[in-house]
Design a protein around this ligand. Sequence first.
Ligand SMILES: Cc1ncc(COP(=O)(O)O)c(C=O)c1O
Length: 419
Amino acid sequence: MSAQTSDANSAAALMPSKAAPNRPGINTLSVHGGDDRPRAHQAIPMPIIQTATYAFADTADLINFMQHKSWGDGIVGREEYGRYGNPTVRAVESKVAALEGAEDAVLFSSGMAAITSLLLASLPTGAHIVMTSDCYRRTRQFCLTFLKRLGIETTIVPTGDYEALEAAIQPKRTRFIIFESPSNPYLRCVDLERVAEIAKRHRVQTIIDSTFGTPVNQLPLQYGIDYVTHSATKYLGGHHDLLAGVVAARKDRIAALRDARGVLGGIVDPQSAYLLERGLKTLGLRVAQQNATAMRVAQFLEAHPKIERVWYPGLPSHPDHEIAKKQMSGFGGVVSFTVRGTLEQTSQFIDAMQIPYIAPSLGGVDSLIEQPALMSYFDKTPEERLEVGITGNLVRFAIGVEDAEDLIADLEQALRVLP
Ligand SMILES: Cc1ncc(COP(=O)(O)O)c(C=O)c1O
């Protein structure tokens, strides 16, 4: 392990400079964060409470519950109906909140359910959003088509252009600045402090999709960001076996969003919540390994003659390396690169890889590899792809927890198919 990677993953480096001094280490938080002890029946993992509804002992019990609900304080540990809440789901929400350093968090059935519910629940007709250009394409699609139909407009600004971002804010109309950091596929990083400062000056709220970042590598709320969202399908779950999403923020904002979830219906099922809790227990370990391996893979690729260019925020060559260093304690598990070759030759290289699966998604224990031109951008012409910066020779490598030596050896043999 290089000095840089071991340092980036030491316990001390996992604490961003602004972290609360009493915050436990990331692995302790991954295992125990948000835990309610003792668990039901003295279980250690939170049991799967597989129920759609919850019984009342008698009418007096029902009336007592309804009165607390109408007063807005609820009854701790008492649920009413599965669309409004579930103890297994609640346990995961507490853990994510602890990991993000948030007052609370709310879980959804997918990352898209989280983002769309947050926006639908918060925005009135006539509102306006500012969004950076490389936000997840389905989020962009939701804003540009679905929200547009509801009279909500979105202005897209180039990632990294803070003057354009500020200029796009419309007084009294703009409600949110939405961005992703690091973003896909070029791992662009947004300066959290700078965006939070601009937003506060204009009384606009900020939403970060921190899926690629993870709470192991960055804690956006500590930089003044208002909402953190994740596709928990990725690193938080970590095993490519569940779909879930989450939003972490201030308690009152999460309470309002939890209420909206009960209307919009996007709660995650208890089985997936259980898998997510299980996955979260190793989040700190997995991401530390993925950070370290990704750094080694990025360095290997950057030195390889058959590679044209590498994008990894941990490399000094990345355009946002300085921002990443300032606000991240590790640089994540995704490495993007272009090979010296055509789209077809790039496919041959990918087909020659033995360890990673060819699949969309990222963040799990199994490495995944993809050629964005043939995955997310398959239906676009080469010219349309170029407009959004996607070339035929671009590869996205989402590192799992396999040994770095084996992944590098696999890359080495597969690169031999290139001329
Ligand atoms: C950055 C990012 N945000 C959100 C999503 C949507 O998440 P989900 O697939 O869990 O709905 C994805 C999915 O690929 C993503 O990569």
